[in-house]
Ligand binder design. Structure first.
Ligand SMILES: Nc1nc2c(c(=O)[nH]1)N=C([C@H](O)[C@@H](O)CO)CN2
Length: 119
């Protein structure tokens, strides 16, 4: 299956389990791969036929900016569900990184894959 991807989408968010984390915003980085049949927009050359990565990115930025979960697992799950439900995507792979959260590690986080069929 073809994919549409969004790589390195950085969003500042309220996220974390510790008291000090509840008082600041921290950078999160999303890498997202979404299953999509790109032959249709390729044939029409029409943006309406695409899975519009700009529209998906804007929706995710808006959503994540308003959240305040403790765990990256929770946020990753909600964003994956949003993509499946609102953009008609059948399968999504999402990597959510929290750079700088652990001293000595460049980044930490989670990778999940979800399908609309098993929502
Ligand atoms: N699997 C996870 N482990 C940890 C998380 C998390 O969201 N998922 N969060 C923290 C803290 O918030 C951490 O990021 C602060 O440095 C610790 N472990």
């Amino acid at each position: 299956m073809d994919k549409v991807f969004i790589e390195g989408l950085q969003i500042d968010a309220l996220i974390g389990i510790y008291d000090w984390e509840r008082r600041i915003r921290q950078p999160l980085v999303f890498d997202i791969e979404m299953a999509f049949d790109n032959r249709i927009p390729a044939a029409s050359d029409a943006i309406e036929d695409t899975l519009n990565y700009k529209a998906v990115s804007k929706r995710i930025i808006g959503y994540v900016s308003e959240t305040g979960f403790g765990l990256v697992e929770t946020l990753a799950e909600r964003v994956a569900a949003l993509i499946l439900e609102e953009f008609g995507v059948a399968h999504v792979k999402l990597r959510l990184a929290k750079p700088g959260a652990v001293r000595g590690a460049r980044s930490v986080g989670v990778v999940i894959e979800r399908s609309a069929a098993t929502l």
